[in-house]
Structure formats: structure tokens, C-alpha cells
Design a protein around this ligand. Sequence first.
Ligand SMILES: Cc1ncc(COP(=O)(O)O)c(C=O)c1O
Length: 483
Amino acid sequence: MAYHEAVYDEPLIFEYRSGTTYKLPGVEGKQKIDLPENLLRKELNLPEVSEYDVVRHYTRLSQMNYSVDLGIYPLGSCTMKFNPKYADAIASFRQFSEMHPLQLQSETQGELKILYELQEYLKAISDMDAVTLQPLAGAQGEYTGILITRKYFEVKGELGTRTDVLIPDSAHGTNPASAAMGGFNVIEIPSSENGTVNLDALKAALSEHTAAFMITNPNTLGIFEDHIEEIAKMVHDAGALLYYDGANFNGILGVTSPGIMGFDIVHFNLHKTFATPHGSGGPGAGPVGVKSHLKDFLPVPVIGKDGDRCFLDYSAKHTIGKVSSYTGSFMVLLRAWAYITYHGSDGLRRNTVNAVLNTNYIRKRLEGRFSIPYKTLKKHEVVISTENTGIRALDAAKYLIDQGVHAPTIYFPLIVHEAMMIEPTETVSKQDLDRFVDALIESSKLSPEEVKKHPMNLPVSRPDEVKAARDMKVRWDGSTHGN
Ligand SMILES: Cc1ncc(COP(=O)(O)O)c(C=O)c1O
């Protein structure tokens, strides 16, 4: 069965002219507000819609979307798992949704306790010594880690010489971007034949100029860097810090940790691993954990505890300052707390094991049909290449959408040609895994011309993605600026 999005010929809300507009009770004709002449507009092209027009319009639009609530969403590097509804339900409790961050700490003890517990959970999960909940995304967590690195070397008097951040060629684009924004030179480290960091190249690049090595493990090929302890030693021997991009935590949660592997700094993507859906750019939370030697550099406030009382702790001696308002994205943090509390350590570990099992089930079923670079067991995701089938990854992805499954990430990581990066997660049944694999295999049996005809059954088929990115028209009328 294909669960793809509905196709409606739905007009823009501004194009509705039903004549029945919604009237605010008691307002009409009774109030006149004197506004300065220069702020008055003669023409206000407001939609003319009734309440039911509005509800039906947006319900139809929602049905024209694919979402993780509709079916499998195997977007590699994004961990689009089904997010349990109890976490949403908890986040909508009035006791949370009606709080204000500027309320007195004596009135927000419950919220502060939750944040404190989440810090403790994340410390235990990562084996780090201190955590800030402030960063609002993985990329902002990286940037926070980079600012901590800067300040650390500044205090040590080494900032002038520690100018480089080393990053593997399989890394997510935000890693070099964060390092460059933090004022460091980025040096790319090539991967070896088996998809892990090339240790000789790393050794050659490490020097007294190295500030940090940023790496994710499992890496973006879904491969566990089994030399990680050796890497940690090499990096520390060079006097540099080891940074863990925690976006791929779904592959190790409850099984091992960045602290055990020897990392100094880690960010978490709570909106990937811990129960907040993060499609379309947010909302997110990217807490950062550090080992004790970096604790004093964390953004303030962190949540402290004195006996039974929780409080906002501004005492970090070399703090980099604030990276977001208040204590971060409370509703995302709350969902993560609920998720971790609900699963407990055994449950989190079980989720990881199932995510890894699902990935390798897909890998095994696709072997022989698609080329799968780096023939090892994969963790949370598997990268295949469509090159050997004669069809392009983009075309296979478009075909999949027509079959009612969301397409995986394509053309990433950059080191694999015609890459499809598949991350099923633990929340997919065997039936859905099979449906996904069957559809992908079907795509590879079509001729390049046939597969290019897809998608045929969607409201939007093949938009010009370059034009959409470069020539953005974000207003309903297609203009680029407002009045
Ligand atoms: C490996 C990796 N690192 C970092 C990030 C950045 O995370 P965010 O999208 O939350 O900024 C991502 C996002 O997909 C990622 O996959």
C-alpha cells in the first residue's frame, strides 16, 4: 500500500473569496483605533475566509505533506524516528506551556528540577562531567564546542599557535562551517579504504598548531571508528582536544559513550535521538557535554542543585557567555527528559540495538543489487550507491516517493558517488523495511528513462531545487520583500 501525500488542487488562502468572513465577536463597528496616517494602508489584501474554510484549507495542506507520522522516513544523518506522543502530551501540559522563563526560581522549581535531571542523564549517557542545555541545534552545539576550544587555548596562552581544526572528509558540512566561524583553519583528513579515518594522514596533520579534531562516531557512513582510542591518544599527545559530533548517537546510545572513547567535548542532537521531530529546520536542542577540565568554560547559566533546591548557576569562571536565551529550548528539553525517563537505560540500549539491526537487515537485502561501499557491519545507517544500476540516486529517490516511502538522504556523504544514505531507525517494522527495500529494488529494474518519469502521483513532482534555494520567494504573492 502506498501512503503518499494527497493531491489536491488547493488554492492559496489569499485566493479564497467565500464571502463569509470570520467576525470577532463584539468588535465589529465598535472600535476605532487612531493610527498615524503613514502607518495606514489603503489596500490590505486579506483572505476572505470563514472558520471552516481555514480549518479545511490547512487540513488539506497537511494531507499534502509526508511526515514521520505517516510512514517510514529513512533520512540518513537525520534520525527521523517516530516520536512518541506521550512526550508531546507532557510538553502540552499547562503547567509547562504557561510558564515564563522570567518567573522567580522559587516558582519554577519543578522545571528547574527537570532540566537538572536532564543534565545528569546526558552526563551519564555520554560519560562527561558537565553539560549545558543552551544550544538550540546540533550546529550551534558544534559552534559552542568550538568557542569553548578557543577560550580554553586562550586561557592557556596557546590561541596564537593553535590555529587548526582537523575534520574527516566524511564529516557533515556543519563541522567545517562551525570551525571556520570560530576563526580556525579547517584541515580535511581523508578516509582510508575501509571508510574510517586514515591514521597516517591524521598523524601527518597533527601538530602544535592543532586545536581540535572533530569527528562523529559512528561516522556518516554508519561505520564505527574502531581505532578511536588510538585517535584520542594521538590527538591528546599533540595537546589538542577531541570533539564528538553526537548527531549519530542513535548508533551507540547505551552501548558505549564518547567519554569512554576519550572525547573532551560532545554535542547531542536531542531532536534526533531523543524524541523531537525535526523536519523543516527545527525546533531543536544541541546540549554540549565536557570533561572536567573544560567545565569552567561552559555557557551560563547551567542548572545547579543545592540540597533540594535547583538554581541557575552563573559561576563558571571562564564562561564563553550565553549562546541562547534563558536555559535553551525548554519544550525540546522536556520531551528528551520524558523520553529518557520512560525508556530507562535498558530501553535506550534496546532502541540502539534495534536501530542497528534494522540497518543491517536493509544492508543485507540490498547487497548484490546496489553497490555498498565499505563492506563491514554498519551501525545506525548504511550508505549505498546506485551507480552500478545505471540509474541516478535522485531518480531512485523520486521513484520511492511515488511508492509511498520517504526517500533517504541523497548525495551525502560526498565521498560516495550517487550516494543514498539510509537510516531506518528502531521505530520501523519488518513489514515497512521490506516495503522500502522492495520499492528501491523495483526502481533499479526500471530503465533510466522510465525512472525519470517519477514521481507521477504527487502534488509537487520535480521542482528546480537550485532555483528554489537561490531565488527564494517566501511571500505568498511571490515577491521577495514585504511592504
Ligand atoms: C553528522 C551531523 N552532524 C551535525 C549535524 C547538525 O545538526 P543540526 O541539523 O541539528 O544543526 C547533522 C545534521 O543533520 C549531522 O547529521
